[in-house]
Design a protein around this ligand. Structure first.
Ligand SMILES: CC(C)[C@H](C(=O)O)[C@@H](O)C(=O)O
Ligand code: SF4
Length: 467
């Protein structure tokens, strides 16, 4: 029978199935960070257990690490305790960890693929909702909670029921100036943040195939913002080329065998999905969120919506609340909204091609004097090194951006990088909830090129006519 990619990945990992459909699923790769692992390790210790397969785990501290002055250590006591605890647990159990001052350190969802620790065909989990990112490489990847982290450590398996399947089929060429980020924001604007609830999403179609592997990661990263725990993309030659020579990737005969298997990781002709959504890439324009949910998004040429025009009571009050929090007036053109800070980073948009896109906009320009701070935070130490080899750091520094050490940084307020109440930020991250980047902070999600353009203009601007 014709199978979807999801069917193939799922079936290959079922250890046992109950009559009600509950499956025991084998987990190939467990990525670990400092926020969701301490209680799991503690539970493991209290039960007198050890990790079942130590080599399946790879750990890194990312949420709580400072992005400046690392030599001085971590000043904030809570952050320091989180990171120290991860270090101690990894040491205790012999789990490989890229520590804060290791060049391989970075955001967990950036370093997994970068190291080849995430490989096509794997089941990949992490106590982190953006684990969906790894699905871009032909894996079944999803975030888990702390008790599941403990379960995976102890047994290398999880109890799960299969989701329904959804195909988001994107056809056509993305218009000039539009990126994977604009595409995924556009998709979320269309299907809503609950559109994918209960589904595993496969992103397919010619547009997805034409994206780089990095772009596909940006799209799958935000599957969770569309309500789906996992997003995935079929393996193709780009995927295979991406992994050649990565530290954890197989070599020699094993590589050849792996490639043969990876080449089967796509949906068969005639396979059925529970739901299919079709998107025309030509409709996509550079996107800017205006509210406190990723689905509150518009094309940059739009205006802040007017709640008075909304007939649905629930939606209207949601809009009113969002506009109040965001400090925005209905009908304001998005391009008239000034920004205080710029954040280029996060597991959505801190890979090398994101930094290149931002640098190409910033080259030879200056950050507007009205902007308090514009920072670029590479997704990993290796992305940082690569960017420096290409001279991107100089472009940013000369333009007045800060060039930081890798980590989650201002994506969420768990470290020193955060917004002050009322500050407005153009951010390349994935969440714009109230308080996400700091209490009272106002987040507008955009692509890296759009963020760089906003930094220079001092307000949102259509990157397509930005010189
Ligand atoms: C801290 C962590 C559990 C959380 C997540 O699950 O995604 C964070 O990474 C986020 O982006 O909100
Ligand atoms: S960069 Fe942001 S979204 Fe990604 S793991 Fe860190 S906090 Fe979560």
């Amino acid at each position: 029978m014709a199978q979807t990619l999801y069917d193939k990945l799922w079936n290959a990992h079922v250890v046992h199935q109950e009559s009600d459909g509950t499956c025991l699923l084998y987990i190939d790769r467990h990525l670990v960070h400092e926020v969701t692992s301490p209680q799991a390790f503690e539970g493991l210790g209290l039960a007198g257990r050890k990790p079942w397969r130590i080599s399946a785990n790879l750990a890194v501290a990312d949420h709580n690490v400072p992005t400046t002055a690392r030599a001085e250590g971590i000043t904030d006591p809570i952050s320091r305790l989180q990171v120290d605890t991860l270090d101690q647990n990894c040491e205790k159990y012999g789990i490989t960890e890229f520590r804060m001052n290791d060049t391989r350190q970075g955001i967990v969802h950036i370093i997994g693929p970068e190291q080849g620790a995430t490989l096509p065909g794997m089941t990949v989990v992490c106590g982190d909702s953006h684990t969906s990112t790894h699905g871009a490489l032909g894996t079944l990847a999803f975030g888990i909670g702390t008790s599941e982290v403990e379960h995976v450590l102890a047994t290398q398996t999880l109890l799960m029921k299969k989701n329904k399947s959804m195909l988001i089929k994107v056809e056509g060429e993305l218009p000039f100036g539009c990126t994977a980020k604009d595409l995924v924001l556009f998709i979320i604007g269309k299907i809503g943040t609950a559109g994918g609830t209960g589904y595993a999403i496969e992103f397919g179609g010619s547009t997805i195939r034409s994206l780089s592997v990095e772009g596909r990661m940006t799209v799958c990263n935000m599957a969770i913002e569309a309500g789906a725990r996992s997003g995935m993309v079929a393996v193709d030659q780009k995927t295979i080329d991406y992994f050649r020579g990565r530290p954890y990737a197989p070599t020699g005969v094993l590589w050849d065998q792996a490639v043969q298997y990876w080449s089967t990781l796509h949906t068969d002709d005639g396979a059925q999905f529970d739901r299919v959504v079709e998107i025309n890439a030509r409709d996509v324009m550079p996107q800017v969120t205006w509210g406190t949910s990723p689905e509150m998004v518009l094309s940059v040429d739009g205006r802040v919506p007017d709640p008075d025009k909304e007939k649905d009571d629930v939606r209207r009050s949601g809009m009113e609340r969002a506009l109040q929090y965001m400090g925005l007036k209905p009908n304001t053109p998005l391009v008239d909204i000034p920004v205080d800070r710029i954040f280029i980073g996060s597991c959505t948009n801190a890979r090398i091609e994101d930094l290149r896109a931002a640098a190409s906009v910033a080259r030879g320009k200056r950050v507007a004097s009205s902007v308090k701070q514009a920072m670029v935070v590479p997704g990993s130490g290796l992305v940082k090194l690569q960017a420096e080899r290409e001279g991107l750091d100089k472009i940013f520094l000369e333009a007045g951006f800060e060039w930081r050490e890798p980590g989650c940084s201002m994506c969420l307020a768990m470290n020193a990088d955060r917004l002050e109440p009322g500050e407005r930020c153009a951010s390349t991250s994935n969440r714009n909830f109230e308080g996400r980047q700091g209490q009272g902070g106002r987040t507008h999600l955009v692509s890296p090129a759009m963020a760089a353009a906003a930094a220079i203009a001092g307000h949102f601007v259509d990157v397509r006519n930005f010189r």
